[in-house]
Design a protein around this ligand. Structure first.
Ligand code: FAD
Ligand code: EPU
Length: 338
């Protein structure tokens, strides 16, 4: 295991902001763990990363960064209805989704093209187009850095919620090493999210006979229309979570803004569109220097080239203030701010 000093993090975060880490190690096999754990124990500040697509570095990182590249996919259980597949935390998420589709293991189609790694998927319970990963997670395998022991979280231990899990509240305590998924042999497409059926029809595919490959392709096309490719324009996807508010709060907002989009969670709770709130405040396409709001989606902050993490964070706070003044809602960032 190589340990490097004073490493530029530019290629380890999808915002492509420049910041240095004091030390960086790449974990590429489980055999390296006995060597890595004592090194981690010496550092008060540590950061376990996958693809860096859900972080914002606002300054240099004065500690040890571990890039998790643990690989390997294996089938643990296989019966007529379902399979249990284990994937190494460092596997690329989209490549894993494609592998599942090719092998006839279903459920993850709507999560196609989400950047990052398998190991990060439980951290914020990744979700898109009407599907959340919690529906398919069987267990999460990790090393607990408090005890240096291997631990296994069953799905019900993970406290999954919208963009949330137990891991988000215990950051850098666990190195997730692998995730086990229960996937179906039967393909049951989820097509209810706004725009999915329309996209299929546009591609001349019939929603009733669509295949898993075709649905995945349609999702990829939808995503490419809305979201910037991080290899071309730095970003971390949605910068804020969609706020959950009481139905009473929603109704009072609707009185002033009749077109406000809403997704009902229960009789008493609604999810409001953060993109809409930001759009209404006039930020879509806004830019200060190289820090901006994507012109095709108001929820995505972008680095057009040389923006620093501090400048992007400053822009995020300006947006937060404007949305709070307009609606009384405080937007919560989705990426981890470091
Ligand atoms: P990183 O950014 O490396 O890490 C994220 C967090 O997880 C950090 O707190 C890190 O410390 C922790 N972590 C990562 N790996 C481990 C590990 N092995 N063990 C312990 N802790 C770990 N997200 C969605 O949910 N839905 C979307 O539709 C979506 N679309 C996106 C589109 C774009 C263009 C981009 C750039 C991002 C998008 N995201 C989306 C956010 C992001 O891709 C996901 O959150 C993804 O799971 C992050 O994976 P990563 O490997 O890059 O995590
Ligand atoms: N909208 C606007 N202005 C915009 C963009 C969108 O007003 O510039 C409104 C539209 O009314 C639209 C609504 O916002 O109908 C919702 O937009 P979209 O369908 O793009 O979804 P989102 O709420 O912005 C969420 C996730 C995405 C995920 C998509 C698809 C969050 C924070 N974001 O975005 O996840 O891919 O739904 O399911 O929940 C991510 O987490 O990084 C991410 C990209």
């Amino acid at each position: 295991m190589g340990l490097n000093n004073h490493v530029s993090m530019k290629h380890f975060n999808s915002f492509a902001v420049c910041a240095d880490a004091d030390q960086l190690a790449v974990l590429s096999s489980a055999e390296q763990l006995p060597e890595l754990l004592p090194v981690l124990a010496k550092h008060q500040k540590r950061l376990i990363l996958g693809g860096g697509s859900n972080i914002l570095l606002t300054s240099d990182f004065r500690g040890l960064v571990v890039i998790n590249q643990l690989k390997g996919i294996r089938i643990l259980e296989d019966d007529t209805d379902s399979v249990v597949v284990e994937a190494g935390a460092g596997e690329n998420w989209h490549a894993f989704v494609c592998w599942c589709i090719e092998n006839g293991f279903h459920g993850l189609e709507n999560l196609s093209l989400i950047p990052g790694t398998v190991g990060a998927s439980p951290i914020q319970n990744i979700g898109a187009y009407g599907v959340e990963i919690e529906d398919f997670i069987e267990s999460v395998l990790a090393v607990d850095l408090h005890s240096n022991k291997q631990v296994k979280f069953q799905k019900h231990d993970c406290d999954f919620a919208y963009r949330d899990s137990i891991f988000k509240h215990r950051l850098d305590r666990y190195i997730i090493t692998a995730v086990r998924f229960r996937l179906s042999r039967l393909f049951s497409p989820v097509l209810e999210y706004s725009g999915v059926k329309e996209k299929l029809l546009e591609l001349q595919l019939h929603p009733r006979s669509v295949t898993a490959q075709q649905l995945s392709r349609a999702i990829c096309e939808l995503r490419r229309l809305k979201l910037p490719d991080p290899s071309l324009i730095g970003n971390a996807g949605s910068f804020f979570k969609n706020p959950l508010v009481s139905t009473r709060k929603y109704l009072s907002l609707k009185a002033d803004h009749p077109s406000i989009p809403m997704h009902r969670i229960s009789d008493t709770e609604c999810k409001i569109s953060a993109a809409w709130l930001i759009d209404q405040c006039g930020f879509k396409g806004f830019r200060i220097g190289d820090a901006g709001v994507y012109a095709h989606h108001a929820l995505v902050l972008v680095n057009y080239g040389k923006a620093s993490g501090g400048q992007l964070w400053q822009l995020a706070r300006t947006i937060q203030d404007a949305v709070e003044n307009m609606s009384g809602i405080v937007l919560v960032p989705e990426p981890r701010i470091l």
